[in-house]
Design a protein around this ligand. Sequence first.
Ligand code: GDP
Length: 511
Amino acid sequence: MTSGKTSNRRTFAIISHPDAGKTTLTEKLLLQGGAIHLAGEVKARGQARRARSDWMKIEQQRGISVTSSVMTFEREGITFNLLDTPGHEDFSEDTYRTLTAVDSAIMVIDAAKGIEPQTRKLFEVCRLRSVPIITFVNKVDREGRDTFELLDEVADMLALDVSPQGWPIGMGGQFEGVLDFATNSVARPEGPSKEFLGKRDKDPVLPERFAEEVELAKVGYPEFDLEAYRHGDLTPVFFGSALKNFGVTELIEAIANIAPPPRPQPAGDEQISPDRDEVTGFIFKVQANMDPNHRDRIAFMRQVSGTFKRGMKLTPSGLGKPIAIHSPILFFAQDRELADTAQAGDIIGIPNHGTLRVGDTLSENNTVRFTGLPNFAPEILRRVVLKDPTKTKQLRKALDDLSEEGVIQVFYPEIGGQWIVGVVGQLQLEVLISRLSAEYKVEAVLEMAPFATARWVKGPTEALNQFESFNRANLAKDRDGDLVFMAKSPWDVGYQEEKNPDLAFSATKER
Ligand code: GDP
């Protein structure tokens, strides 16, 4: 287990369906954490705010908006690193990968809507990695669904034990506050806006109906079990209103008290402990410049172990020779943005010109390779067709760059010159076309490709050679030169798997 210097970090993300209240809750968490100058401004990107700190100046110079990607705040000796997951209904690989960099997640659910499609997808990604989840049922100040029904839906749809940690005393017009089981006190609405301003009734006498509900809830659902939560088998559930400030303190205290500190990370057969002396980390996101005249990028590294110091030399696994990290961006909410050290669990932004790629490991001694940061088999494949055929070289460069950033995946067929891009969400295609045009001056259109999905193929040389000779028309190389089977249908994948038992057809590729 972790101890000492690393145990006061909590690195987490908020997962939710659009409109459930992620932005509002983020603001309130930052406010509680003392990062007051950011609260209320998460969405606003005003000049005034940008000028306030060093790294915001960097944003201005480089035209890269990193402000909302990582938000760090402190409260009672705990440092919270909140990583933003893009809130589009259309999920992207970026979102997936961000979830590989957290130790836990908050799942925000709208009390009137329950589990929505995007919540569910993001939840599945968390489950893949056994990321523990705290549930926050939001908007109880409004008319919502029956509380038992909501809890049962979470339990049934996500196959997860639910353990309520409190109870809404009415919703909507009848809303009288939120009961906290731990302290047996009700946070009460006050004033015309019916906000929570600090008034709590200890050992309240509840109206009979609610007293009964609470009794039923306490016997009907499992008690909180730290082990089950940390394994991702049980979720504690808090009720509140981000807008009216209910349940926010309870939530932040829960993250401090039960959410896991930095976890060991897999590197092949090894687990790299946060207590290891060597500085190690992996790149989970690369963000390019919004300004097409700059080629700078910010690579986001999740630090896994050691104590990072500014100017330190780290070796990226993709490069093989060390680079000095002179101007790292460290994300402290107070006036220490360009602090000099970072610990396991922290995120470091590293400006670079394309040397750092998603999935790269950085380490002092170049002996570690983190695994488990997947590329996902694309669900949408398109041919890229140039409007001006003389721009082939520019297109190749652009596709290579954008695949390094993780915007798309690119596949170069073994036969023919038509390049194929693959994505897991439609939105990525729109981003591709607009960035090709804006940054690379390449006008292109996307056409249907005769493929439905792709699989990375691995196996003994002889079996591979034989497979290649039979299927050349359906084979391609990805950006790294690895062999990919382009399948016309899922059935096709099954057929080839059966026919080639010595080969592995993989829907994800770990870098
Ligand atoms: P996001 O899309 O998940 O980031 O959602 P937002 O935080 O932008 O919230 C969506 C809408 O719901 C906004 O109009 C918010 O003001 C509103 N909202 C958020 N939290 C609450 C809440 O607790 N109660 C009520 N009544 N409205 C809320």
